[in-house]
Design a protein around this ligand. Structure first.
Ligand SMILES: [Cu+2]
Length: 129
């Protein structure tokens, strides 16, 4: 009788451990994904061009980071560094033609003001630290 009871006790203990493990693993998994997920990193290095301008208007990144520009507006997007129209502040930081997607890796530290070459009043700044 007592051995049957200890078997039951062990089974209950194992089931309890399984439940605890299941709960901890399901609550920990999303947190881990949120902290290490690529989506969040990508989001920080993304600039969306909208009908009212660039969002966010100012972005701070680390040297060597790649920023992605997405055209979500009804206008054409041609990202280029200031000043308009010569783009001499950071000549490489120039899309050179209108495209709905532009990606640029910032290898120079500084505060780089830019604009949409086709709508120069739409401006932004990428601060590279
Ligand atoms: Cu320009």
């Amino acid at each position: 009788m007592s051995s049957k009871k200890s078997v039951i006790a062990i089974v209950i203990l194992l089931v309890t451990l399984l439940i605890v493990f299941a709960i901890t693993s399901t609550t920990e998994a999303p947190i881990e994904l949120f902290e290490e997920g690529e989506d969040q990193i990508t989001e920080d290095l993304t600039l969306n061009y909208t009908n009212t301008g660039f969002l966010p208007e100012n972005l701070t990144i680390s040297v060597g980071d790649t920023v992605e520009f997405y055209n979500k507006s009804d206008n054409l997007m041609w990202v280029a560094s200031d000043p308009h129209p010569s783009h001499t502040d950071y000549p490489e930081f120039d899309q050179n033609e209108p495209e709905d997607y532009f990606t640029f890796t910032f290898n120079e530290t500084g505060e780089w003001a830019f604009h949409n070459h086709l709508v120069p009043s739409h401006t932004g700044t990428v601060k590279v630290e």
